[in-house]
Design a protein around this ligand. Sequence first.
Ligand code: MSP
Length: 621
Amino acid sequence: MRYITTPIYYVNDKPHLGHAYTTILADTMARFYRLQGYETKFLTGTDEHGQKIEQAAKNHNNSAKEYADKISLEFKKLWDEFEITYDIYARTTDQKHIDFVQNIFLKMYEKGDIYKDEYEGHYCISCESFFTPTQLINHLCCPDCGKETSLLKEESYFFRLSKYQDKILKWYEESDPILPKNKKNELINFVQNGLKDLSITRTSFNWGIKLPKELKDDKHIIYVWLDALFIYVSSLQDENSKFWPAHIHLVGKDILRFHAIYWPAFLMSANLPLPKFVAAHGWWIQDGEKMSKSKGNIIDPRKIAHTYGLEAFRYFLLKEVSFGNDGDFNEQSLINHINAELSNEFGNLLGRIIGMSAKYSQNYIDHKDVLIYFSEEYQQAKKHLKEAINFLEVLQTNHYLEELFKALNVANLSISKYEPWNLIKNNENKKANALISLCANILAQVSILLNPVLPNSTKKVAKALNFEISSKTYQKLILNNELLDFKASPCEALFPKIEQKSQKENEIKQENKAKIKIEDFSKIEIKIGLVKDCQAIPGSDKLLRFELELEDNEIRQVISGIAKHYNPKDLIGKQICVLSNLKKAKIFGYESDGMILSAKSGDKLVLITPEQLVENGSLIG
Ligand code: MSP
């Protein structure tokens, strides 16, 4: 039995590429478990309480519930359009969830794990999280998102998180539940530094779950994270309760702490078993920054899927980044993956098999001589398939796809090497047919294993070669090494090559790229600045803080997301270009007065410098 969950998404924001990635990855895993024959439940849904949602609703002149209904439906519609195979679409405003949370709260209270006191601390509404003064950036800003926090002093109920410190460490040690493995140490350090009891109720707003009636304390609302995390259990009532504990909670790295520290403690307090894995993926970033509505750098997943096809989009997301790392969204790379892998290696192989079997064996593909002539090639492909499965079990989707394409490559290379048309010419019909069968069996097995990522295209392969993709054939072909006979029939080309690269590429970006007039350009002021100082920003692996000298010795502070591309020391003394009349902004708690210009070349950002030394502050135009 396997139960996999995505985080439940806040309804203050429309779904974007980051959300789509989490959901598509979880969908791939759920499909993989079903293929392996596990009884599977896959949960996704929305997180609808809290101050952040209350505020967003107000901004839209909606009641909180109306607003939550609207955005929750948007998420659901997108997942339906994307053919996401969720079994449970959970919402924290569902009455059965509310009842469940109140019950559990009471249980934890009665056990002595919850007590009442007074809270004073810094709260970030955006992250719905408390911080101590020493954790803040510049004594004010949230260390996670950089936004300003507010000082809160209110009566609050507390959860005895400190009591669970050692038990949590023991869980990391004994069960090794964190994926990728390298995230474990960060968590151990955090927990070893000491866990403070956690404030788990609020009184300064209304939109949330009230305390259980038994406590007769009506003004308190249950902390949104305690409310939200229990959705994973509250959604599994009655006959579904057997699915707990979860096999994997899939989360973004920003919310790993909630899932790997608070959540196991809450579960222990509630006497419930702990999940097997908590797996944290990286972020999709644009120009060095996490994609988010507030930064205005979001990519609409629907547009990409419409432009390039849903399956190519799924493939790209899972191939482009290594699990746990950040990924920069780049359309050119998407096109390259479609052309080089999906079209050349995968689609073409099917075309070649159909063509050759029609020509040489009346569409019949007989497996009887494969191991006589091509045992080595077959074993080699098999080795890649085995590796692929091992990688997918731990969500290393890029390596899993790499291995599957290595197996396809064995087939494609064998065709070039043995040239079946020449074998036929030389009357080696048996060998030629065995070669076609080798390729068809590899393609069939790869298609079964690729099915969780490309459900529709692999079904087309199965139809064209007349076999089935199911947990039965997974068992037979993948695990028991059976070879099949096939009867091929014509099929439309899979993943036709994308020729008009630039035109396609522009379709998505065009929206913001209307032509401008010279008057518009004249509003822009770009100047040359001398880098007087340049430092990495503590706590960020992307940002650098520049001090630039412009005309009349004016010194400006500018924050730029190029830390991954330059060593700050190397930039001191260089002249660079800065957009100097940009409105000031706060980035990661630092004021930024301008924007440093760089050219994007593939994955790299390259600073633009004048061709010869000029006066500081010189205007560009
Ligand atoms: N509501 C909480 C989760 C509660 S789970 C009990 C939440 N919601 S969220 O909508 O802000 O984020 C949901 C998920 O989307 C997180 O895992 C987050 O990491 C992910 N992403 C949001 N932006 C992202 C990117 N730019 N890239 C990849 N994923 C990111 O947190």
